[in-house]
Design a protein around this ligand. Structure first.
Ligand code: CA
Length: 231
């Protein structure tokens, strides 16, 4: 995409008043918005239009959000997907993350909060300009440009937020980064200390990077402070 080109967001939502309200708010922010009111239609638009971000309702009449997510991940591993869910149980959120979502927002949500998260997605280039695009963590070779991590012959894709989390930790190597700062800078969320998103992502990242994910030696938990990358 050319610099400065309008970012396009695909909104998959069957409730007309929510879809319309969000579409207006996002267009007001300067984004292009495509709307699908069914899951299959959402998958088709994601494939044909290749949006820069997808906002996906969990409860849809034909294909639920988990399935849409899985379908989209077959042809696009990297597009950021934010799931809208009326459920607040941790298990549902984890299932969404496992299906390939990057983030979730629980209904009823504030449009401003959602817009803030989307803005954070598109701030990525300004996040840490000095960070090299490739670096090694132990025997893992991280490439932020291709969004992959290689260990030996195994290459694993990194999701959008995994890339941004690694970028932030690497820019502050050796220094603990609080969950609040991570949420604010990577996810665009302010002051939500109960949010477990960061912890879920750290668990997933450790599996891709650490030789023994249960006994991490690189992505460390600093009690009471947050997370630190040790090289
Ligand atoms: Ca719905």
């Amino acid at each position: 995409m050319a610099p400065g080109a309008k970012k396009r967001i695909l909104l998959v939502e069957d409730e007309p008043h929510i879809a319309l309200g969000l579409k207006d708010a996002l267009e007001f922010e300067g984004f292009g918005v495509l709307v699908a009111s069914r899951g299959h239609e959402g998958v088709r638009l994601a494939r044909e239009e290749r949006p820069d971000c997808i906002i996906l309702d969990l409860m849809l009449p034909d294909l639920n959000g988990y399935k849409v997510c899985e379908e989209v991940r077959r042809f696009d591993r990297h597009v950021p997907i934010i799931m809208l869910t009326a459920r607040s149980q941790e298990a549902d959120k984890v299932r969404g993350l496992d299906a390939g979502a990057d983030d979730y927002v629980t209904k009823p949500f504030s449009v401003n909060e959602l817009v803030a998260r989307i803005r954070a997605i598109f701030r990525r280039a300004q996040l840490a300009p000095g960070t090299p695009e490739t670096f090694t963590i132990g025997d893992a070779e991280v490439n932020l440009s291709t969004q992959t991590v290689r260990r030996g012959k195994a290459i694993e894709p990194l999701s959008f937020y995994e890339v941004e989390l690694l970028r932030l930790l690497h820019a502050k190597v050796g220094v603990p980064v609080s969950r609040d700062e991570i949420l604010s800078r990577v996810w665009g969320i302010d002051g939500n200390p109960t949010n477990r998103t960061v912890d879920n992502f750290v668990v997933k990242l450790r599996k891709k990077i650490e030789p023994s994910p249960d006994k991490p030696t690189f992505i460390l938990t600093v009690y009471g402070q947050g997370y630190k990358l040790a090289l």
